[in-house]
Design a protein around this ligand. Sequence first.
Ligand code: ZN
Length: 274
Amino acid sequence: MSDPVMRDKIDVSQIRDEPISEGRFPAAYPCMDFRVWIASDAHQRVLAHAQTNTQVELCGVLIGQVQRDAFGPFAVVEDIIEGKHAQNQGAQVTFTQDTWSHIFAEADQRHQGKRIIGWYHTHPGFGIFLSPMDMFIQENFFNLPWQVAFVVDPLAGKEGMFVWRNGEAAPAGQYWVGDHLQIADQPVALRRETPASKHKEPEPHQTSTLRARSIAWDIVQMVLLFLLVVLVSLLCITQRKEIRSLYNDIRAKVSSSAPGNDSESAKTVPEPGK
Ligand SMILES: [Zn+2]
């Protein structure tokens, strides 16, 4: 899937072309869209793994199956395989050759006939999004239309699910953990942001101060605008007076320099037709 044209097409809607079996969706909320369900104990294992080290990113894969019912296709995550030997360089995690060897050995031994539904990794303290490196991993290792990315922030207590939409790994909006429907909150939408560029929302107690400053700045701007208008008007009036006196001067000079036509005689010369 190194071809970017191929990559742009990945979308959960392509699951209808996959040879998947009929099944019963484990939760009680049907919907027409692609659904992702995680077993409660698998979810607990992800959270427990995330807590083992909150200094670096940790990763693993989600194991389960893809099925369909009357409402469409869905993915069921039944278990996880922790990503051993992953490279954790601060805010990045990388699947190494040893990580994959361990995952495939575990999958062969304990999860015969199951599929890798996607991957999970942690963002300790910097929220729910997919970085460019995360997208690289998603595009190169989890590029089947039903493969998902699950992100957990163990310090903020937040998590988010991403699914393929028109070539992008987009927030799922909703997914199920056991019987519980998880509705994505706003931080999930902050994808593709790096920790360094992370936008910091103002704290609630700062908001009123910021609003007061904004109003004060508006008043200052209005006063400055008013002064500017007054200044321009004064300049115009002054210039009009100067132009008028200049005009008068020129007229006087022209009148006086014309031969036999001084201002006195000009006034006494009758106009034609009178
Ligand atoms: Zn990440």
